[in-house]
Each structure stands twice: as C-alpha cells, then as structure tokens.
Design a protein around this ligand. Structure first.
Ligand SMILES: O=P(O)(O)OC[C@H]1O[C@](O)(COP(=O)(O)O)[C@@H](O)[C@@H]1O
Ligand SMILES: [Mg+2]
Ligand SMILES: [Mg+2]
Length: 322
C-alpha cells in the first residue's frame, strides 16, 4: 500500500508542503492516541474556560490545539496559524510559505460519549512579503486553498486529503504510525437518499430549508416521489466522512435561534476545507445562495451556512432557495 509522501510527490507537491502536511499529521497521530486512551488519558470533560466564540472548551479541545500549535510553530513550515481555539492568529516563521487554519477537535460534544471526533485543516499560501502577525493574511477565498483535509478519530483513524488533484483517503496503520492510501480518488455519488441536518432547529430555519426538508420527509407520497433516510453524527467531520464514503446531503443552515449567531459552522477551518474535499470528489458545497469557496472572508472566525454533498441532491436543495 502506498504511503503519503510518495503520493504527494507524484502530485507535484513541493517538499515544504509535504513536510507541512506531515507535521500536521504528526500532531494528529498524538491526538488520535489521546482520543483512543479515552478516560485513561485524563482529558475527558470540560475546562472552566470558554473560547473566543463563547463555547465551553473541552480539555481535549485545548490539548489538541496546543499539540497542533506547538508542533506547527516549532517546525518552521508555517508563517502563521489560525485556530478555532485561539482568539487571534499566531505568528510563526516569517520566511515560511504557508499558513494553516484548523479546527483542532471537531465534534467536541462527542468527546465524552466515545463517539466520532476529528481535526480539520486548511492550508493556504501566505501573500508575498506579508507580515506573519497580520491576521488579514488568512482572509482568502476557499478557492485559494493549496490543500485541505481532516483526520477522523473513529474505530480507525482516517485521513481525507486533497491538494487539488482529487480527494484521497488514507488509514493510519497504528502498528507502523504511517498513513497508508486506502482509497485513491473518492467519488461522492451524484444521487442519494440520505440527508443530515439537526432537525431540533426546524422551527428556526428559513422557509427554503423548511420546504426542502418537509418534501424529503414526505417520502414517496410527496413531490420527491421516494423515501429518504436521515443521519446526524453531531460532528461535521463524521457526517462529511459518510458523505464522502457513500454520498448524502449534509447541511447546517441559517437559523433564527440566536439572532446574533445565524450560522453555526466556521468558514475558514470547517466550511472551506470540507468544501474543497467534497468538490474534489465531484460533489457541491454552497451556502444556499453562493458557492462556499467563492466567499471573500471578512473575519477569521466568520460563520456560514453550509449545504454540501451529492451533486444532484445539493442542486435539488438549492432550487428551493431561488
Ligand atoms: O450540536 P449541533 O447543533 O448538532 O451541532 C453540531 C455541529 O457542531 C460542530 O460540532 C461544531 O464543531 P466544534 O465541535 O469544533 O465546535 C460540528 O462539527 C457539527 O456539525
Ligand atoms: Mg468544528
Ligand atoms: Mg472544534
């Protein structure tokens, strides 16, 4: 089975980019070990702190962030980092070519129930001669990502990675500590009968999403003329992995539950990297009104509505938003 570095070399990735991806994965292997140790690792439960977004930080959120941050900054391969768990960006090596935005631990509410969690990352080029301390260097469209991926800490630890040449899936061989290629070019089926949404928010959705989901739920007696099944892992990384594996539509739409927070998922380190992985596998990723990777970010922790997955189903959902 092929290992990660030769695969990336064949894709024409630079040595610095390969080293950067390997550095991220070194941290992820350590996170995978800690997640696997569960209660034995002493990192279950919450801290007494909140992150910049007012969310309670779990001990594993903090630990995962620290591991990624330390390893990346020590490596010299990053000019700066941005993380869900950091209020601002953190400067690194001024001479480095790349910047990395990450969600160190996605699906925090799953940590204490031994369910799926993961790490999501987005790699971009730092603008030429830019200041590593300038947070604006992260305000790039998703289309400018050089690479994107996630590591899913499940029954097996898996990596989904794209450098713009398709989406590949690797599995961590825990006996060797190496990621081995287990699916060369993942392809999201264009059609699906599966959708993922947190329906407890239904009364807060906009009419377009209300109508779309109600037509799915009507099944074969409704306008769609067929039955749909529903899944919700409550970790985007797990839901997107299912969509990459067998298709589906995943959405966290706009809602009016909290007028100050109309969207849940973060653009730079959740929506953009997942959009790139899904598009590179033949799927679509939209807010309902525009392609996610076309959005010009205004803030590093900006949130956005997300509708992604199987091409024909995303198009069906978008037709309700016209
Ligand atoms: O709790 P809800 O409303 O089901 O939200 C679940 C969503 O929130 C998230 O967990 C947010 O990610 P974090 O755990 O990194 O904050 C997504 O992964 C997931 O899709
Ligand atoms: Mg997250
Ligand atoms: Mg997180």
């Amino acid at each position: 089975m092929r290992r990660l570095p030769p695969v990336l070399l064949k894709d024409g990735c630079s040595h610095d980019l390969i080293s950067l991806i390997r550095t991220i994965l070194a941290a992820c292997k350590e996170i995978s070990f800690r997640v696997g140790q569960g209660a034995l690792s002493g990192v279950l439960g919450s801290t007494l702190d909140e992150n910049i977004q007012g969310e309670t930080q779990k001990k594993l959120d903090v630990l995962s962030n620290q591991l990624l941050k330390d390893i990346l900054l020590e490596s010299g391969y990053v000019k700066a980092i941005a993380s869900e768990e950091e209020p601002g960006t953190v400067a690194g090596n001024p001479d480095a070519e790349y910047i990395v935005a990450f969600d160190p631990l996605d699906g925090s509410s799953n940590i204490d129930i031994n369910s799926l969690v993961g790490t999501i990352f987005s790699i971009m080029r730092a603008p030429k001669d830019s200041d590593p301390a300038d947070p604006n260097i992260f305000l790039q469209k998703g289309d400018q990502q050089v690479a994107a991926g996630y590591v899913l800490y499940g029954p097996s630890t898996m990596l989904a990675l794209t450098t713009g040449q398709g989406t590949r899936i690797f599995t961590l061989d825990k006996t060797q500590g190496t990621f081995l290629l287990t699916q060369d070019f993942a392809k999201v089926p264009e059609q699906t009968k599966e959708f993922a949404i947190n329906t407890s928010n239904q009364r807060h959705w906009q009419p377009a999403m209300q109508n779309y989901i109600s037509d799915l739920l009507a099944g074969e007696t409704g306008p769609r003329g067929r039955n749909f099944n529903m899944r919700w892992i409550a970790a985007m990384v797990g839901d997107v992995h299912r969509v990459l594996s067998r298709g589906g539509l995943f959405t966290y739409p706009q809602d009016t539950k909290n007028p100050e927070k109309p969207y849940k998922l973060r653009l730079l380190y959740e929506a953009n990297p997942m959009a790139m992985l899904i598009e590179q596998a033949g799927g679509l990723a939209s807010t309902g009104y525009e392609r996610i990777m076309d959005i010009e970010p205004e803030q590093i922790h900006q949130r956005v509505a997300v509708i992604l997955g199987s091409k024909e189903e995303v198009e069906a959902c978008l037709s309700y938003h016209k």
